[in-house]
Design a protein around this ligand. Structure first.
Ligand code: 13P
Ligand code: SF4
Length: 313
């Protein structure tokens, strides 16, 4: 763990390099706080995907998140130079849904639309009719107007969508999940609610349905941030990765209190990105850190992503 002064030194070095080399840094809400502090944009998966429509003026984009997020950025901006600080930062949920599983489900249910969560690899996205994020999943599914859909890879998000919309979801695969969000338990949240009876409970839809059912709010990371910013309440129990709590503590009024629903909800993959790696990728731009999706896959994946924007406009 670098000292505070080392962190400040590295941040200053990156800010200088960023200016000289015309770099744009995009970061997800789960990034380490020292990365959040130097990002040009910080957001949830939807906000970061929407950056593609903003015509960012820069020579390179450094994307701090996990593989599928940087891939989405590259698919939507095929001419942009999108680099990642650490190519090993991958989302395990995305790997639970290879293209072959989607193809099999499509053969078994040829009439059903395929809705996939952005937490998928490009090869799976290319098999989808439309993509969604946790922020807009229910809206996308409602707008599709079908009474039954194939939905993957997160079975908890599928259950959330089914509950919210009444649309029958067939999960693809049957049991895709996030290794971090399944750590939250309803028992622990009920214990915390007992201890802090006036606290509002916010959880991510990647949590088990039992956990969602004891929460006051089920929302994406940036929707949770907005909720706590706008709320008149003072205490919040937060059921998502701890990086969002770092952002809340930094950006939301000092007299609000954020209680983690689990101290161990840390996404190690997100945390593989570090200030040193960001500095190094800007200096040496290694080819292995450049994200490019083959155009035959990117084109189909782009259609599914653009359909998401079209349905939720
Ligand atoms: P958000 O889109 O809500 O930021 O979530 C992304 C994610 O990976 C959750 O684990
Ligand atoms: Fe993937 Fe879960 Fe990490 Fe999000 S928190 S990136 S879904 S492993």
């Amino acid at each position: 763990m670098p000292t505070k002064s080392r962190i400040r030194e590295l941040q200053e070095e990156i800010l200088k390099l960023k200016k000289n080399e015309n770099v744009f840094i995009a970061a997800h809400n789960y990034q380490r706080p020292e990365i959040q502090e130097i990002a040009d944009v910080l957001g949830d998966s939807l906000e970061l995907a929407m950056l593609a429509q903003k015509n960012i003026e820069c020579d390179i984009i450094v994307f701090c998140g996990v593989d599928f997020m940087a891939e989405t950025m590259s698919i939507l901006n095929p001419d942009a130079q999108v680099y990642v600080p650490e190519p090993k930062a991958k989302c395990p949920m995305a790997t639970m849904c290879p293209k072959s599983i989607v193809e099999k489900a499509k053969k078994e249910h040829p009439d059903l639309p395929v809705v996939l969560y952005v937490n998928t690899l490009a090869e799976a996205k290319a098999e989808a009719d439309v993509m969604c994020t946790s922020a807009n999943a229910a809206k996308v599914v409602e707008a599709l107007g079908s009474d039954k859909i194939l939905f993957g890879p997160d079975a908890n998000l599928a259950a959330y969508v089914e509950k919210r919309t009444g649309v029958k979801t067939i999960p693809v695969p049957e049991d895709g999940y996030c290794i971090v969000h399944v750590r939250f338990t309803a028992d622990k949240i009920l214990e915390l609610k007992n201890k802090y009876p006036d606290a509002i409970v916010l959880v991510h839809p990647e949590c088990d349905m039992e956990v969602q059912e004891v929460a006051d709010v089920v929302a994406s990371t940036s929707q949770m941030l907005k909720y706590v910013q706008d709320s008149k309440e003072k205490k919040f129990i937060i059921g998502t990765e701890t990086g969002l709590i770092d952002r809340m503590r930094r950006e939301v009024s000092e007299n609000k209190i954020f209680i983690p629903a689990s101290e161990t909800a840390v996404c190690r993959n997100m945390k593989l990105n570090t200030l040193e790696k960001i500095r190094d990728v800007i200096i040496s731009k290694p080819h292995k850190n450049l994200i490019k999706v083959p155009e035959n896959i990117a084109e189909k994946a782009r259609n599914a992503l653009e359909k998401m924007f079209e349905l939720t406009r």
